[in-house]
Design a protein around this ligand. Sequence first.
Ligand code: GGG
Length: 354
Amino acid sequence: MAQNKIAVIRGDGIGGEVIGQGIRVINALEKRHNFRLKYTELPWGSDWYFNTGAMMPHDAIDQLSNYDAIYLGAVGHPDLQDHLTLNGLLLPIRRAFDQYVCLRPSILYPGITSPLNGYKSGDIDLVVIRENTEGEYANAGGFQYLDFSTELAVQTAIFTRHGCERVIKYAFDLAVSRGKQNRVTSITKSNAQGYGMVVWDRAFERIAAEYPNIETESLLIDAACMEFIRSPNSFDVVVGSNLFGDILSDIGGMITGSIGLSPSANIDPERRFPSMFEPVHGSAPDIAGKGISNPIATILSGAMMLKHLGQEQASNEIEAAVLEVLSRKTILTQDLGGMATTIEMGDAIIQALN
Ligand code: GGG
């Protein structure tokens, strides 16, 4: 029997309840597919911060390196500035484990109505690949004269040839393996960001030359935001920097019905370190504790984790069960226009698996 060790960080807000449903769904498949995931709960996040002054312990990365994967809910608390929660937990993990690919698919599922007119199930099927370790999230910079009227900050984005090329190459390989529109769109802003984004563009041109059968396109981030609304069906694989990938994947979630349906995988493609699987959405403090959050993004992130761990069949069955529940339109959470609770959605998906 295949066994894997999973570090579970439920984190803040709705993180705990959505991870709970993700684990239930995976548990329902273990016997059938003869695998076992052994979970260790790591109670890190904002409550840990209130007790210790840090989002996770000083040896957190050492601890996490003993696991095959990390399953994460959400981070963010209304009483803590978001830069503390992100820079204290999520971003150091992505960097320490060189999870340089953040894979964020957006698919218009059966039963889901896009807020955009004229799109039916399957018409939108794109994946945003977000560079995940450098760019605008490099955490390089500093303050001067903090708390004085002359307060200033310098924030440096870092674009390395190596960092750009490897994630862009991943995007091209994905376009080939998807076999859909055979198109890769690069997101840039090199008209205004005349250094870092130029390194990005040059990397894109070099890698594109290695894939003559893949159509390419380079869009400014502002134009890409418009095109995601105007003609989302024209996108296949989209590759962008850390910030641009984050923005576009949120748009991708909304045009396919709800960010509550958007999973993500932070991957070290070379498998030197654990990869991390989390919903795109955050901790949603406005609905935390009410039991009404949509667990599907987390359940689909669990499916991505199973695929990464070699359980492709189980992963496919989760996706199929989600599609079946959505297409029936009877059990829907509030973000999708229904009244179902988080647990009722989990129950429905487990029933569909059976
Ligand atoms: N489930 C992921 C989560 O909690 N994300 C919070 C967030 O603000 N993430 C920002 C980012 O990924 O850039």
